[in-house]
Design a protein around this ligand. Structure first.
Ligand code: ADP
Length: 633
């Protein structure tokens, strides 16, 4: 039969227009698509051979990829099922994919970035060849037939079909590369090593060998010889039985697959065959990425379907607080050409994600129980993520419950890390609440004047040294039915009889000093909401408490750093009536509340209270002058 010219179906034409004009940002995907087709053709042959043994012949299934700089081509061939002339017309001239028309209509209405986004989600399969080629030849011979057919097109409206010679079963696709992909710009698809890299990147786990020719230089006088090598590793590690895989193999896999430099600290290999079938191979890296908590960090898992790579960085499987988990999911229940958009709404993805989240939580809990050192190592790197998870779960009691026992905090007890359960376990009978204090570091918290009394009573305090800690515990509110109480909040008090007695005494004194307290507040002015007497100080003269429902001083700092300077702490200045400074204050006050001596004394006390909380007073120079004055007096 002579050359036959045929028109592409209208929709194919429109789609080809898009591809030829190269709107695809990822130029490399053509190879993955064509190899994936070749692999499917080998699958089909294998299945048909089950009932027709003669079809397969004696040759082993294989895929060959041959880049050639001289002819500026890349050839991809397989010895799979092949196609008849009719099948070529039906498969390669038309698009059977449902939703193509809708997609094209949507695309026509979209523009710029929105159009790019849409295109990126729509796989074009075989037509992706036209991303890199200005002419494509396809030679194919159906298994069991003797005749072959050649299909040729430049992707512009029509294609040619003619009979041809092909001495073996299968399909060969020759891509005549556009100039820009032959090494002039950033791509060189005529380069063996470049193509080898792409095969490894996108098709490493294809179940059939992907072979390439490599030139091997002999001795100087010898001509180079050609060596055929299989480029892909073929057997996906995750499909093997867990019991057969060594830790070294897992480690090596993650290094190769995820470009990790070190062995992961923990590995999850999950296989499920319930409503949704999937295998997941996940890990927790040894170190947190430097940008883990920044907007430019790209979280997400790799997605495979039947061992064929579909996409990277799928964020839809795991919740944000597990953003540090890396790895892949392979599920035959997710189609190869699934778009990111559809992925987001996929029921299968939700089912898989929920199961993985639970699995990770369980494994972390086990690590905490069985290998405390390892867990603390994990915590040092990723504890913040778990804390953010609790913080983000204000309205999700179930999530909160499943994360609260994973939390670790440093406490005043031997300065070690402790779970909340361990803290509660150590609480004395009379202690009703869980005590916490925030500060820059343990030393800063230990210097808080409020700590003195607790230390004396042997009461343990949880140190909140990471800005997120306070937010996390505010979200938690209680643990084991015990309220979480900051020792710097206005409503903090000790529950024992002795403390209650002292408190009553101080309240009695306060009644007769109402005027003084009012005048101190007036002298300091705006920043202080109230001035009170306190029973919570021992040797300290003053301290600053914050309102029970306002942000704390440390939270105020965090808000300010986040460009939110309006969320402020309600400050309450507390004075120790048993301190010599208080007596002095009374004396000076008696001489006149409007005297500059009284006003200065009040302001200095306030500055001191701020400093004790690690907050710089508004006018540090003024305070410095006063201190030097005092020294010279
Ligand atoms: P998809 O692979 O999503 O079906 P493609 O456009 O990539 O879409 O391919 C269309 C069809 O062409 C395939 O379904 C298959 O029937 C046929 N085809 C493509 N490549 C080959 C090949 N190498 N061998 C046999 N058939 C092929």
């Amino acid at each position: 039969m002579s050359v036959e010219k045929l028109q592409f179906q209208a929709e194919t034409k429109r789609l080809l227009d898009l591809v030829v004009n190269s709107i695809y940002t990822n130029k490399e995907i053509f190879l993955r698509e064509l190899i994936s087709n070749a692999s499917d053709a080998l699958d089909k042959l294998r299945i048909e051979s089950l009932t027709n043994a003669e079809l397969g012949g004696s040759d082993e299934p294989e895929i060959f990829v041959v880049p050639d700089a001289a002819t500026k081509t890349v050839t991809i061939s397989d010895n799979g099922i092949g196609m008849t002339r009719e099948e070529v017309i039906a498969n390669i001239g038309t698009i059977a994919k449902s939703g193509t028309k809708d997609f094209l209509d949507k695309l026509r209405e979209a523009s710029g970035a929105a159009a790019q986004e849409l295109i990126g989600q729509f796989g074009v399969g075989f037509y992706s060849a036209f991303i890199v080629a200005d002419k494509v030849e396809l030679l194919t011979r159906k298994a069991g037939e003797t005749s072959a057919v050649k299909w040729t097109s430049d992707g512009a409206g029509e294609y040619e079909l003619e009979d041809c010679e092909k001495d073996s079963r299968g399909t060969t696709i020759i891509l005549h590369l556009k100039e820009e992909f032959c090494g002039e710009d950033e791509y060189n698809f005529t380069d063996v090593y470049e193509i080898e890299r792409l095969v490894k990147k996108y098709s490493d786990f294809v179940r059939y060998p992907i072979k390439m020719n490599f030139e091997v230089k002999g001795k100087e006088e010898d001509a180079p010889t050609i060596e055929i090598r299989t480029v892909n590793s073929m057997k996906p590690l995750w499909t093997r039985a867990k019991s057969e895989i060594t830790r070294e193999e897992y480690d090596e896999f993650f290094k190769q697959q995820l470009h990790e430099w070190e062995e992961p600290i923990e590995i999850f290999h999950v296989k499920a065959e319930g409503t949704v079938e999937y295998t997941a191979l996940l890990c927790i890296p040894k170190h947190a990425a430097a940008n883990l908590y920044y907007a430019d960090y790209e979280a997400g898992l790799q997605l495979y379907s039947r061992h064929v790579f579909i996409m990277d960085k799928c964020k839809d499987f795991l919740p944000d607080y597990l953003r540090f988990v890396k790895g892949l999911v392979d599920s035959p229940d997710l189609p190869l050409n699934i778009s990111r958009e559809i992925l987001q709404q996929s029921r299968e993805v939700k089912v898989i994600g929920k199961a993985l989240e639970k699995n990770i939580q369980k494994q972390l809990a086990k690590m905490l129980k069985d290998d405390r050192d390892k867990y603390e190592e994990f915590w040092a790197q990723f504890g913040k993520s778990i804390k953010l998870g609790v913080y983000g779960s204000v309205f999700d009691t179930k999530l909160k419950d499943s994360l609260k026992d994973l939390l670790l905090f440093q406490t005043s007890h031997e300065k070690k890390f402790s779970t909340l359960a361990e803290y509660v376990e150590r609480m004395p009978e009379f202690q009703k609440k869980i005590y916490v204090a925030a500060g820059k570091d343990a030393a800063a918290i230990e210097r808080l004047p409020q700590m003195e009394l607790l230390r004396e009573r042997g009461l343990e305090v949880i140190y909140l040294t990471d800005p997120v800690d306070e937010f996390t515990l505010e979200a938690l509110r209680t643990y084991a039915d015990k309220e979480i109480q900051s020792i710097t909040r206005e409503n903090f008090e000790l529950d024992d009889a002795e403390s209650q007695k002292v408190k009553a005494e101080v309240e009695e004194i306060a009644k007769s000093r109402e005027d003084l307290l009012k005048d101190v507040k007036e002298a300091i002015g705006e920043p202080v909401h109230e001035v009170r007497l306190t029973s919570r100080l021992k040797s300290g003269a003053v301290c600053l408490a914050t309102g029970a429902n306002s942000p704390s001083l440390t939270m105020e700092k965090t808000f300010a750093a986040m460009n939110n300077p309006y969320l402020k702490a309600t400050q309450i200045l507390e004075l120790n009536p048993n301190h010599a400074v208080f007596k002095k204050l009374e004396d000076v006050h008696a001489r006149g509340k409007d005297s500059s001596e009284f006003k200065e004394l009040c302001k200095t006390l306030y500055s001191v209270a701020l400093l004790l909380e690690g907050v710089m007073p508004n006018d540090p120079a003024e305070l410095a002058n006063k201190v030097t004055d005092l020294l010279t007096k």
